[in-house]
Design a protein around this ligand. Structure first.
Ligand code: AMP
Length: 551
């Protein structure tokens, strides 16, 4: 017997409507191209946001775009980008967020793959656009995300013909009848970072976006409240800033957006303290830079209660420093572009208070437990499911209503062949369901037939007080096929010898896991989404152990 409940579609417009009705006076605070200073951000209400979004939807329709057409953005986290998130999807179109940190050829390739005809770009990308324009196959129009006074100069035909966003909105009515949309229609497209091969497009639907926003709202997931002030440092071009623009409006939380200042720790500290931010989200490298800035300037963060860290393994040392020096609780999360992205969250469990410090620290270093809506398992080489004993490790697979069923332009992919999505991560799961990622499959170090976790070694290295950041890679070795090599960046003014650092790690792991060598470097390379670029490091240090004796 079928249930007798209303079949009301789950759409992002429903989130915007709810925010306007229930939280009309709540604020969005943003650094933008025309309001770049954290001392004087642009601020307006959710009611204004909703009206501006309707003006934008009118403008999009006037351009003759039809259902399913793609609209691209080259933009930082700012309030106009939030308006695009709602107007584009709400008008039945698909928002394609481009990552401006990628190489120009890669940006052009991704934009062409998505097929957008209209591009909204931050004015600082005028030179980038000049370089890209000839390679863009479908884009016919550009809109600068600023007002008329801050329009950039550009040389390409696209740039010189470009309108500015505020003039576009000023010409439109704030009334717009949102079309009825099937919740399974696409609302956004985001390409994976793709360190090897071409990036792949993940096509989100209204339904998946709303379900993910509801799952993210659970207290032990992100759990925002109307009394929260939330700062997403994670870019909106990286999996929709982990869904924060949707989760914040769904819950009526105040939203603070750092614009291009996301990459500058001083701007972040000023925004956090000036706007009394309670919750901030980002990848570990962002927090590493912020903590170093706070230390150098003797600044604290009294308003900040929580940080959520994901996108790469969060060393426990970062969590310790946040807690001990700033009273900030850090929650470790794991996810992927293909998962909208939240997969697991490490929230405290009852009984955790009985663990000793080391036990609690080891638990917190794990990536956490599956969020509602995410079913997960680990499998061995033959595809058989492995036990949740915290020791067996295998390929981590997932399925659920906000996990991609395939890639844009490809109905199937090898990663989806089993009906589960193979994440490409290797993990253990303990009896309580805590997932621990040991590595990306491609980064696993195989030494003499044994697997060594680079993440575990990195966490121990960063635990040394003199070390700011560490990376461990597998380097070809004549006897063991691969051996770990530790690369470390020291904190400014700190010293430690190679032998001392290796001894520090040796005291914490099995003897055969200890890296054969440690090299101090000025900087560790990162990908465009803030992960350690191990591919580049493996390439650079490929011959490091070549002269070792095979006997
Ligand atoms: P992306 O799709 O760019 O968000 O990258 C997803 C990948 O980032 C995952 O498959 C993991 O390899 C890695 N990742 C994300 N969060 C974590 C985490 N907390 N710990 C370790 N790796 C992570």
């Amino acid at each position: 017997m079928r249930g007798l409940m209303m079949d009301v579609p789950l759409t992002t417009t429903a989130i915007l409507r709810h925010a306007e009705r229930m939280h009309a006076s709540q604020q969005i605070v943003s650094l933008t191209a025309d309001h770049p200073s954290p001392a004087d951000p642009w601020r307006y209400s959710f009611a204004d946001l909703a009206a501006r979004t309707r003006r934008l939807a009118n403008a999009l329709c006037r351009k003759g775009l039809r259902q399913g057409d793609r609209v691209a953005t080259l933009a930082w986290n700012d309030s106009r980008h939030v308006e695009l998130f709602y107007a584009v999807g709400g008008a039945g179109l698909v928002l394609h967020t481009l990552n401006p940190r990628l190489a120009p050829e890669q940006i052009a390739w991704i934009c062409n793959d998505g097929g957008a005809t209209l591009l909204f770009a931050a004015p600082e990308f005028a030179p980038l656009l000049d370089g890209l324009a000839a390679g863009l196959e479908h884009v016919r129009q550009v809109v600068w995300l600023t007002d008329a006074a801050h329009r950039p100069q550009g040389n390409s035909a696209l740039a010189t013909a470009a309108n500015d966003y505020e003039s576009l909105l000023a010409a439109e009515s704030p009334d717009f009848d949102w079309p009825a949309i099937d919740e399974r229609e696409a609302n956004a497209l985001c390409h994976t970072s793709g360190t090897t091969g071409n990036p792949k497009g993940v096509l989100y639907s209204h339904r998946s976006t709303v379900l993910h926003a509801m799952a993210g709202s659970i207290a032990d997931v992100i759990g925002m409240r109307a009394t929260d002030t939330v700062l997403p440092v994670v870019p909106m071009f990286h999996v929709n800033a982990w869904g924060v623009p949707f989760i914040a409006l769904l819950n009526g939380a105040r939203l603070v957006l750092p614009g291009r200042g996301a990459g500058d720790p001083a701007t972040l500290a000023t925004l956090i303290n000036g706007e009394r931010v309670t919750l901030a989200l980002g990848v570990p490298t962002v927090w590493l830079a912020l903590l170093q800035h706070l230390e150098k300037t003797a600044t604290t963060l009294p308003s900040l209660a929580r940080t959520i860290v994901g996108g790469a393994a969060c060393p426990p040392a970062i969590m310790d420093e946040f807690r001990e020096k700033h009273g900030v609780e850090t929650l470790h999360a794991w996810g992927m572009t293909e998962m909208s992205p939240i997969g697991t969250m490490n929230a405290p469990m009852p009984g955790e208070e009985k663990l000793d410090d080391a036990g609690r620290r080891a638990r917190r270093a794990k990536q956490g437990r599956a969020v509602f809506g995410v079913d997960l398992r680990i499998v061995g080489d033959g595809g058989a499911e492995l036990p949740w004993d915290g020791r067996a490790f295998g390929a981590l697979q997932v399925r659920g209503p906000y996990i991609a069923a395939g890639y844009y332009g490809h109905d199937t992919s090898p990663a989806h062949a089993s009906g589960w999505f193979d994440t490409g991560d290797v993990a253990t799961i303990d009896p309580d369901g805590f997932v621990q990622i040991t590595d990306r499959t491609k980064d696993v170090i195989k030494s003499g037939g044994e697997w060594i976790s680079s993440i575990e070694l990195e966490n121990h290295a960063v635990g040394h007080p003199a070390v700011a950041e560490a990376a461990v890679i597998g380097v070809p070795h004549p006897k063991w096929s691969e051996r770990p090599l530790l690369l470390a960046v020291l904190k400014s003014g700190q010293t430690v010898s190679r032998e001392e650092l290796l001894a520090h790690v040796a005291g914490r792991v099995a003897r055969w896991c200890v890296p054969d060598d440690a090299v101090f470097v000025g900087e560790i390379p990162h990908t465009s989404t803030g992960k350690i670029n191990k591919l580049a490091l493996r390439e650079r240090y490929r011959d490091h152990y070549a002269k070792e004796s095979p006997t």
